[in-house]
Design a protein around this ligand. Structure first.
Ligand code: PMP
Length: 409
């Protein structure tokens, strides 16, 4: 009977959201949310998405039939080109197999399941996935669900509030040969700290020496820097270096299609005579896993994204929308840093603008986070992570003042 089922702890982020909703103070600020908000703190439907939806509505042939197991072919092929580049040799050489997924989470899960089932390194204890410390909290549950052993590699330096590059590289270097390394392609969640291109080159070099297997989580392409190419640079550097690798691609943030669950999983084979055959075998197994898990992926979000990705004019408009989102976030970073520096709030604040993407690791302590919540109605996760998208021209002064007071104690 269900007597044996223990009560699970509440998801901390959802608990935070509930507390925010209950707070009746008009000054309250929500910096927990992992979704883009416009300057009025409202969800933003991208204009290009509205246009694509309009086209879908007008399509007399549209129906609600199932998609194929691997998803919408126009969507998965456009997704390959988006992440690997239109003229990617990997695509031309047919070294890529792709399958539509339930957003980024579904792609990560499918990849995890595939690795748990088929990854077979020569050193058995290399069948371990290394994730950054800290990482997106869901990574931990996701990999433990498929019983893939997990270890951490250092990532965030508390001193510099930047990358602990030495720590990261030395742990990756000392991992057993052939280990799986999970890498955030850009806009690391939760820290907002990314490696520079030179640092990525070094990481790739070490991973190549150790024959490690890269698994890229790409949830913010175009959303971080505003440039789709820049945000996919690390992945493509690894592809150029001849790695066999996997990519989990999400369209939640960059299309604002959060609830539509549009995403894609890619497996890229290393250049070799057998690559096309490898890709065909991997694809066939992915299809079996997909069938047993979700049967076939959701259609609507993929249709919207596919229309945009496959049409030059809509694509250009999408890039404009991406610049609107990333631009607003960068502007909030600039303003927050300058307000704190003007107030001479104790500490250094350059990390606010050095970090990138949706989130910033402020360096605020758990105690300070609690005070901000209880006395100032400002809500953020207790590790001091703020969602930059929760800041806007109406609340940024109040937030900077609150941080200043709390830091001064
Ligand atoms: N990976 C990271 C690092 C993320 O931040 C997110 C979104 N919060 C995801 C994956 C996946 O999100 P989704 O399933 O909504 O695409």
């Amino acid at each position: 009977s269900a007597d044996v089922v223990p009560q699970a702890p509440e998801d901390p982020l959802f608990g935070l959201m509930a507390a925010y909703r209950k707070d009746s103070d008009p000054k309250k600020v929500d910096l927990g949310i992992g979704a883009y908000r416009d300057d009025n703190a409202k969800p933003w439907v991208l204009p290009v998405v509205k246009e694509a939806e309009e086209l879908l509505r007008k399509d007399p042939d549209l129906n609600h039939e199932y998609l194929p197991i691997a998803g919408l072919a126009d969507f998965t092929s456009a997704s390959q080109k988006l992440i690997l580049g239109k003229s990617s040799p990997a695509i031309a050489e047919k070294r890529v197999t792709s399958i539509q997924s339930v957003s980024g989470t579904g792609a990560l899960h499918l990849g995890a399941l595939f690795l748990a089932r088929f990854y077979n390194p020569s050193t058995p204890d290399a069948k371990t996935i290394y994730v950054s410390t800290p990482t997106w909290a869901n990574h931990n549950q996701l990999f433990s669900n498929v019983k893939l052993p997990m270890k951490g590699y250092p990532y965030f330096s508390k001193e510099t509030k930047g990358l602990d590059f030495e720590g990261m590289v030395s742990t990756i270097e000392s991992a057993p040969e052939g280990a799986i390394i999970l890498l955030h392609a850009c806009a690391h969640n939760p820290t907002g700290v990314d490696a520079t291109q030179d640092q990525w080159k070094k990481i790739a070099q070490v991973m190549k020496q150790k024959r490690h297997f890269p698994f890229f989580d790409c949830a913010y392409q175009g959303f971080a820097s505003g440039s789709l190419e820049t945000d996919a640079w690390a992945i493509n550097h690894f592809v150029e270096q001849g790695f066999e690798l996997m990519i989990a691609q999400s369209y939640a943030k960059n299309f604002g299609l959060y609830g539509e669950r549009a995403g894609c999983f890619h497996f890229v084979a290393a250049p070799s005579e057998n690559a096309a055959d490898e890709v065909s075998r991997v694809g066939s197994q992915l299809a079996i896993l997909q069938r047993s898990e979700i049967s076939n992926p959701p259609a609507y979000g993929a249709r919207v994204a596919s229309l945009v990705l496959n049409d030059e004019k809509l694509f250009a408009q999408w890039e404009e929308d991406l610049r609107t989102m990333s631009g607003r976030i960068k502007e909030m970073r600039k303003q927050l840093r300058s307000k704190l520096e003007q107030k001479k709030t104790p500490g250094t604040w350059n990390h606010i603008t050095d970090q990138i993407g949706m989130f910033s690791f402020t360096g605020l302590t758990e105690q300070q986070v609690q005070t901000l919540r209880e006395q100032y109605h400002v809500y953020m996760t207790k590790n001091g992570r703020i969602s930059m998208a929760g800041l806007n021209t109406h609340n940024i002064d109040y937030f900077a003042e609150s941080v200043d007071k709390v830091v001064r104690g």
